[in-house]
Design a binder for this molecule. Structure first.
Ligand code: 4FV
Length: 235
């Protein structure tokens, strides 16, 4: 079981992605516990202001430290909690990170908004900064949805057949092999014969070879030196 507390200014943003399919079933099964927190509820001023103009001038607004720090401290559950700030300045999320985060008991996800969050709140309360990619989103909620989805796949019991996570792209440093289903012939394109003969070892070998070739073509940087050897040899 893993618990996520997602801190943002738009909790309603999360209606939908967590209420369908795999994540919905995992929540109903009690494997995932996702709580939505509105940072504005921690603004102790008449107009519930949470942002203000940047010191030193410049465009846009900055999230004030007080409501952010209060929201994080309220969500914290002792040492079991890890606070993640989603921002373009973070280290890029990858399968390795998702596997590691899935072992945590409690993740507090802080969503960025506007130009960013007052640096003092980050210094005081954030354990790790993560980016979902080198581009700028309109708000950090989207990044939190991506992280929850990708991490949840590594939580035991979330995806029906654990084996499929093991065969995922990136799992063994390779992209996934091609997949086929009925019909055997589609617009004169046939399913590779090896997949129809039911010879599992042959099928395994073919899938690994295809994964190697696809990785070499699409993400050669993924190929570790030792695999490179094997790849050259087999071609
Ligand atoms: C982002 C990313 C991201 C920056 C301005 C929200 C936006 C606004 N978060 N990975 N890329 N955040 O673009 O995580 O505050």
């Amino acid at each position: 079981m893993i618990r996520f507390d997602i801190l943002s200014l738009f909790p309603e943003y999360f209606c939908g992605p967590f209420d369908e399919s795999i994540l919905k079933r995992a929540r109903e099964a009690g494997i995932l516990d996702i709580r939505l927190v509105n940072i504005r509820d921690f603004a102790d001023n008449r107009h519930q202001r949470v942002d203000d103009r940047p010191y030193g001038g410049g465009p846009g607004m900055v999230l004030m430290p007080d409501p952010v720090v209060k929201a994080i401290r309220k969500a914290r559950r002792g040492s079991a909690s890890r606070v993640i700030y989603l921002s373009p300045q973070g280290k890029t999320l990858d399968a390795e990170k998702c596997r590691r985060l899935a072992k945590c008991e409690h993740l507090i996800l802080l969503c960025g908004h506007y130009e960013g969050i007052d640096e003092r709140a980050l210094a005081l309360e954030v354990d790790e900064e993560i980016s979902i990619g080198d581009y700028v989103l309109t708000n950090g909620c989207i990044a939190a949805i991506v992280l929850v989805d990708a991490v949840s796949r590594f939580v035991p019991g979330v995806i029906g057949h654990e084996s499929s996570a093991k065969e995922d792209s990136f799992e063994n440093g390779l992209l996934d092999c091609p997949h086929y289903t009925r019909p055997q012939v589609f617009e004169n394109l046939r399913v590779p014969e090896v997949l129809l003969k039911g010879h599992h070892q042959e099928i395994q070998k073919w899938r690994h070879q295809m994964a190697l070739e696809k990785t070499g073509q699409k993400k050669p940087d993924l190929l570790k030196p030792d695999l490179k050897q094997e790849e050259n040899y087999s071609r």
